[in-house]
Ligand binder design. Structure first.
Ligand code: HEM
Length: 428
């Protein structure tokens, strides 16, 4: 008998009838599970339930849909009509006063390519895309290797480190600041900025304090880039910010607001995510000694291993889009303009797409994960993140071959969008 699914109202009780068996799914709102301490400790059982019981799920608590199947997410990310211009949907539920207060931040986000649709998206992305092609990024290899070695030199003699604080955080921060052309003495303040903006994007329950901090940060960061851009107009250099300033000077290609917003985006995107690739990957490797041995015995597997780290513990867990029209997915009707979450981390563990999805396998074949997204917004920095990851893990395994976890328990950041550790204590 065919599966019969009756959906009673938005998120109401759903009745599944399968071969005579009647099972009541008492309208569990999975939105209530997301963001709890148990969820942050291990989100995968929740994703598994969502995917198998209600893969197109409406959460009244969060006021948005949740998709968890690989096939749905892969297809919709490649559909440019599903709008990335969703900031207004994120903030739509806020009281008018708060919304007004956050207006400058909202405007700054709207100007980022990540939240833009064509043709604006095409224009913004094309201005900087040349700096991130695999060929151009490959030229950074010696400099990245030097930074990796300098960071490890600083801790080598102590035989222990917090792998986040001492290694996974500073590496991508130094690389993106050098690419953008931000002087090293100004780098420190970016940690605070990028954390505040990451917290804002992961703030599903719209904690007003987090929103307020992000607003203050957004204003500060925009001021910083405004002053820097003025300086670069006088004295251009050979860096990405100078390239963007030159585009802005040509008038019709990039407005000042877009210049500022996309500088902040590159800085933030280049910071948090790659830190989490390195931290999450290192934890996974140290917890799976057979996989670590395989990799250590054959370092030519490294590119595959990095893809597997990205799939297994995806640094960006979720993205979202606005529905372009009324659509039906998996028997549910999603109304035009609804905000729809695409749970990348759930898709990357979908057994319909990946054999043994909960196993780390550094030689996994055909690993077409969605950790960098797909379609027109596919991560611009993917070649850079991959290169940094490959150099970081290769050097760690070569220089500290007997590295061990110094603790059994780890703490994950309470951020629903970005999965990363607060610290990772290791010894060798
Ligand atoms: C492991 C590290 C990284 C991961 C997992 C990651 C993940 C992602 C994902 C999933 C998206 C697509 C979001 C969507 O479709 O809504 C994205 C977009 C983007 N990423 Fe990354 N990212 C990483 C590193 C970087 C780095 C190092 C940079 C910059 C230097 C960067 C810059 C960007 C930009 C600018 C976009 C927006 C592209 C667009 O809208 O066309 N990312 N990233």
């Amino acid at each position: 008998m065919a599966i019969d699914l009756l959906q009673v109202g938005w998120g109401g009780a759903a009745r599944h009838r399968m071969d005579g068996e009647i099972r009541w799914n008492m309208s569990e709102d999975y939105g209530l599970r997301l963001g709890t301490p148990a969820f942050f400790a291990d989100p995968y059982p929740t994703f598994e339930r969502m995917r198998s019981e209600d893969p197109v799920h409406w959460s009244p608590a969060l006021g948005r849909w949740h998709l968890t199947r690989y096939a749905d997410i892969d297809a919709l990310l490649r559909e440019p009509r599903w709008s990335a211009n969703r900031v207004r949907l994120f903030l739509g539920s806020l009281p008018t006063e708060t919304r007004k207060e956050l207006q400058p931040l909202e405007q700054a986000l709207v100007n980022q390519m990540l939240f833009a649709d064509p043709p604006d998206h095409t224009r913004l992305r094309s201005l900087v895309s040349k700096a991130f092609t695999p060929r151009v990024v490959e030229r950074l290899r010696p400099r990245i290797a030097a930074i990796v070695n300098e960071l490890l030199d600083q801790v080598a003699a102590t035989h222990r480190m917090d792998a986040i604080r001492d290694f996974a955080y500073p590496l991508p921060a130094i690389v993106i600041c050098e690419l953008l052309g931000v002087p090293s003495e100004e780098r420190e303040q970016f940690k605070h900025w990028s954390s505040a903006l990451a917290a804002f994007l992961g703030n599903y329950r719209r904690d007003p304090e987090i929103d307020r901090q992000a607003l203050a940060t957004g204003i500060e960061a925009a001021d910083y880039f405004r002053i820097t851009a003025d300086r670069l107009r006088e004295q251009p250099r050979d860096d990405l910010l100078s390239l963007m300033v030159a585009a802005e000077e040509q008038g019709d290609r990039l407005s000042v607001e877009e210049l500022l917003a996309n500088s902040v985006l590159l800085l933030g995107a280049g910071h948090e995510t790659t830190t989490n690739l390195i931290g999450n990957g290192l934890l996974a490797l140290l917890r799976n000694s057979d996989q670590r041995r395989r990799l250590q015995n054959d370092l030519s597997l490294m590119p595959m291993a990095v893809e597997e780290f990205l799939r297994y513990e995806s640094p960006v867990q979720v993205t979202s889009r606005g529905a372009p029209e009324d659509v039906e997915i998996g028997g549910k009707r999603i109304a035009k303009g609804s905000l729809v979450n695409f749970w990348i981390a759930a898709a990357n563990r979908d057994p319909e797409r990946f054999a043994e999805p909960n196993q780390l396998d550094v030689e996994r074949q055909n690993n077409r994960h969605l950790a960098f997204g797909a379609g027109i917004h596919f991560c611009l920095g993917a070649p850079l993140a991959r290169l940094e990851g490959q150099i970081a893990f290769t050097t760690l395994l070569e220089r500290m071959p007997n590295m061990k976890l110094a603790t059994d328990t780890v703490e994950w950041q309470p951020n629903i969008s970005f999965r990363g550790l607060t610290a990772l204590s290791v010894t060798w």
